[in-house]
Design a protein around this ligand. Structure first.
Ligand code: ADP
Ligand code: MG
Length: 390
């Protein structure tokens, strides 16, 4: 653990003690993530390839035996929120507290003997930027309770419980990628995850060693229709699978794509969605084999293809995301694409170390010239998954 993360953990523990009058039983951290490739595949039983950010949600937690849950976030205005575990109910809470409370609910629903907790957290994961601040929050709570209650659950099991918390308790129909990334990623690696059976493989992804960098550009916009559009895309993919007689679009092989599109006849929108998902799964497999054969620079064009597919077939990009990608490529980037759900959020840019400063500047200038809000640009180093820090 670096000195700075230990200092953060100590500060969070101290604040816990001020709030609750006793020291926590431990401090845990769980990261946000960016997805390198594999977008909108996770609810189609397909492949994804996220890596963990250095940005984390850090939580100091203590057990309680009296059926009470108390929650506090350094990043929210409100004071300590208090719940009785027996009162926790799906979709009863529209506040941020639904994420941690949902995890407690999901653990208890699954039969785990959680009898209460006091929790204080602080997060450096930007919220609502497509970098999974919500999963970081869920996973840090799940891991803390897993340790404190000696539940013995593995990372992928915690991820499933966190997804259930978000789907059922919070009421957001998200896939399994974000929680698994936060729980299971490893430093210097991207996580090749099969979302059907949660089998996973750590793929070495150490850009600095090869003279490259990966920038995240948070556009700082979230277009208001994003949630409704996510639901429509999901429904369209399910319709495609039903029309093709498969459980999920994952089951349409890449070399059977033309035949599948033919079968969909004049279902123009469904055809586009199917084409994105099937080609995107194949792009993930291509990126895995390029990285495994040490041909890292060659993933650049695959990222660009992925962006074009999300823009033209899946139709979830927006002017801000397209501007990042176009500007970065025009300034010498090896590859760039939007990442996350779309309609705002973040894009990633793969570039030679020597080009990074010029690309960041060009993107900032292009945003200013277009009259867009200034983006937040930072470098993403593949970092550790969830862990205990104190
Ligand atoms: P993303 O996961 O892409 O950041 P979401 O909309 O899924 O965006 O999750 C963002 C929500 O997570 C926030 O609205 C808030 O409820 C919760 N959240 C994120 N970070 C924090 C934090 N530091 N403290 C409390 N709640 C947080
Ligand atoms: Mg989220």
């Amino acid at each position: 653990m670096s000195e700075s993360s230990e200092a953060v953990a100590r500060a969070v523990a101290e604040r816990f003690e001020e709030l609750y009058g006793a020291a926590p039983h431990g401090v845990w951290a769980a990261p946000g993530r960016v997805n390198l490739i594999g977008e909108h595949t996770d609810y189609n039983d397909g492949f994804v390839m996220p890596f963990a950010l250095p940005h984390t949600a850090v939580a100091a937690v203590a057990r309680r035996e009296d059926g009470v849950l108390r929650l506090h976030s350094a990043d929210m205005e409100d004071g300590v929120a208090e719940f009785r575990l027996d009162d926790l109910a799906p979709e009863s809470d529209r506040n941020w507290t639904a994420y941690p409370a949902g995890v407690v609910w999901a653990l208890r629903e699954a039969g785990h003997p959680v009898t209460g907790a006091d929790l204080h957290l602080a997060s450096t994961v930007p919220a609502g930027a497509g970098l999974s601040s919500s999963a970081a929050l869920e996973v840090v709570v799940a891991l803390a309770l897993n340790d404190l209650y000696e539940l013995g659950l593995k990372g992928w099991q915690l991820a499933r419980l966190c997804q259930r918390a978000e789907n059922v308790y919070v009421g957001a129909p998200v896939g399994i990628m974000d929680q698994t990334a936060s729980a299971c990623c490893e430093t210097g690696h991207a996580l090749f995850l099969d979302t059907r059976d949660l089998s996973q493989k750590q793929i070495p992804f150490d850009l600095a060693a090869e003279g490259m960098r990966l920038l995240v550009v948070d556009t700082r916009v979230k277009h208001s229709h994003s949630e409704g559009e996510y639901g429509k895309r999901r429904a369209g993919c399910e319709k495609g699978a039903a029309l093709l007689g498969v459980d999920a679009l994952r089951d349409v092989p890449y070399d059977g794509l033309d035949a599948a599109l033919e079968r969909l006849g004049d279902e123009e929108e469904v055809r586009r969605l199917v084409r994105h998902v099937v080609t995107e799964d194949q792009r993930v497999e291509r990126v895995v084999s390029l990285l495994e054969s040490g041909d890292t620079r060659a993933i650049g064009p695959v990222l660009v293809e992925g962006h074009a597919s999300l823009r033209d077939d899946f139709r979830i990009s927006c002017p801000e995301l397209d501007l990042v990608v176009d500007t970065a490529l025009a300034t010498g980037a090896l590859g760039a694409r939007m990442t996350g759900g779309g309609f705002g959020g973040s894009a990633i840019v793969l570039a030679e170390e020597s080009d990074v400063a010029a690309i960041a500047k060009a993107v900032e200038e292009a945003f200013a010239a277009a009259g867009f809000t200034a983006p937040r640009v930072f470098e993403a180093v593949p970092s550790a998954g969830a862990r205990r820090v104190l």
